[in-house]
Design a protein around this ligand. Structure first.
Ligand code: SF4
Ligand code: SF4
Ligand code: SF4
Length: 477
């Protein structure tokens, strides 16, 4: 640890490059430093850099920059007026070690659907029965190596329900046996298109292992989801019947929905009403598509940003009566500093999850293992340390730092929540996972509207509390 490091001698007018070069040498150290005289622009850079480098720092900024103080004031919700020539102090300590790790487990790449927007290279063939133990043993070693106390296993395909229920039951039993004498909680989650759901086949095995909830997918309008026997027009009707069946069996069904260009034409209000009033869902997550192998046409980002901000306003005006992701988590994180965001907004998704395919291939997530397997880290028969140290994994770990140094992300006020977005949503559009996420401008609008709304609501709160005080004193308390 280096203490008392002073950076006073850095000239005030130091350019971005020099500033970052000086800070880069501190990378990885726990450093306590006093930095005086930095202007607002570099203050944002330092804040972003410290998030990357585990620097413990104290900044004394002598500045008459009202904007900085106004922003800080909004975020901390204090109402005092900023004073010129005052000294502001920001303290930052290193983050705590995470205790949860996730594995996206793909026991099969077979699927009953033939969706035209599917990014995966689907294939017949499942994980071999004799490999279940190998896969779960590797998961246990992973959890132990990373010292986590909960391992979340997200079962995905292909389509998991293409497997026989006895096979799934057997795999889950093996998983339980492998983790039996450990103090690690093994938690199973299920993602399915639901069309193969039948009470007699699946109710028991799913209710025994999958925490009472099922995650599925549906779009409005449906342009791409279909099976060899169901066209796009019939798909949603068939899905709704299966969803009702699963709910009657006691499961909570949540969905992921991908907007398409027709969704943007339909508008956010129709979209919201469909999920809340017609599909009668409580948990909806909006995800952004990427082409993968499908040749999907990119969406117009301006229209998508408009759609998402409209959707947010409708959600707020409706009393936030859906559990609408990512807005719920974005509000929690931006306004209350807590809550779990989708993986695209973690510092590095490689530090929170990896994926295992049916043949034991290990990569970043299902998007990579099922589509770009040449980026795999290795296989489950290798030691965990080798997988974690693999050259193929390093770009995922190093990406945020590189984005922070070399791109507009470094000076973005949302860096500390966004970190440059999702690697696959960079790679699938440009061929380079070190690029900024294709959906950056949409994210920026979404973060901004949440802050604007918070400011508006705090204003209302303020006016309302004045009123309450007045009326209660009228009533004599
Ligand atoms: S998108 Fe999902 S349900 Fe559709 S074909 Fe691909 S894996 Fe199957
Ligand atoms: S590449 Fe994107 S989708 Fe995959 S784990 Fe990382 S953030 Fe999530
Ligand atoms: S909103 Fe855009 S510029 Fe800002 S951190 Fe995210 S990807 Fe980077």
């Amino acid at each position: 640890m280096v203490e008392g490091c002073s950076m006073k001698e850095m000239p005030l007018q130091a350019g971005r490059h020099h500033f970052l070069t000086a800070l880069r040498v501190l990378q990885g150290m726990v450093v306590e430093c006093n930095i005086e005289g930095y202007l607002d622009k570099n203050n944002q850079l330092l804040t972003n850099f410290a998030n990357v480098c585990k620097i413990r720092y104290r900044i004394s900024v002598v500045s008459d920059d009202i904007k900085t103080k106004t922003r800080n004031r909004k975020m901390s919700k204090t109402r005092s007026e900023p004073k010129l020539e005052s000294v502001s102090t920001i303290e930052k300590t290193p983050r705590k070690r995470k205790k949860i790790f996730s594995v996206v487990f793909m026991p099969t790449l077979a699927c009953n659907c033939r969706c035209s927007h599917c990014f995966e290279e689907l294939a017949e063939g499942n994980a071999e029965d004799h490999n279940w133990e190998l896969h779960f043993t590797e998961m246990r070693r992973l959890a132990e190596t990373l010292k986590c106390n909960t391992l979340k296993v997200y079962w995905q395909g292909g389509e998991v329900l293409c497997l026989h229920p006895d096979t799934v039951q057997c795999a889950l039993d093996i998983g339980a046996a492998v983790f039996k004498d450990s103090d690690i909680t093994l938690e199973h989650h299920l993602q399915t298109n639901l069309l193969l759901y039948e009470t007699s086949r699946w109710k028991e095995v799913i209710s025994n292992f999958f925490l009472g909830s099922i995650s599925s997918s549906i779009d409005l309008p449906n342009l791409f989801r279909l099976t060899p026997t169901l066209g796009v027009d019939e798909y949603n009707r068939a899905w709704l019947k299966k969803k009702d069946m699963a709910e009657r069996d006691g499961f909570t069904v949540s969905v992921v929905s991908l907007p398409n260009h027709k969704t943007l034409e339909l508008g956010a209000e129709r979209f919201y009403r469909f999920f809340r009033d017609e599909a009668l869902l409580k948990n909806v997550q909006v995800n952004f598509p990427f082409p993968g192998n499908s040749g999907l046409e990119p969406l117009d980002l301006k229209k998508l940003a408009g759609f998402m901000t409209d959707l947010y306003k409708i959600w707020v005006a409706s009393g936030r009566d859906l559990n609408l992701s990512p807005f719920r988590a974005m509000e929690d994180r931006l306004l209350r500093g807590r809550g779990a965001l989708p993986c695209c907004w973690t510092y590095s998704c490689a530090s929170i999850l990896l994926s295992i395919g049916p043949n034991g291939g290990v990569g970043q997530c299902d998007c990579w293992v099922a589509t770009y397997s040449d980026h795999n880290f290795g296989t489950t028969d290798q030691p965990v340390e080798q997988l974690l140290d693999s050259d193929q994994r390093q770009p995922f770990l190093n990406r945020p730092l590189k984005l922070m140094r070399d791109t507009k992300c470094g000076e973005c006020k949302f860096w500390g929540i966004c970190f440059g977005g999702c690697p696959i949503r960079a790679f699938a559009f440009t061929g380079n996972l070190m690029d900024v996420d294709h959906y950056c401008p949409v994210y920026y609008e979404m973060f901004s509207i949440i802050l604007d709304q918070a400011e508006h609501e705090s204003q209302l709160e303020y006016e309302f509390s004045e009123e309450v005080e007045f009326s209660s004193s009228e009533k004599g308390g």
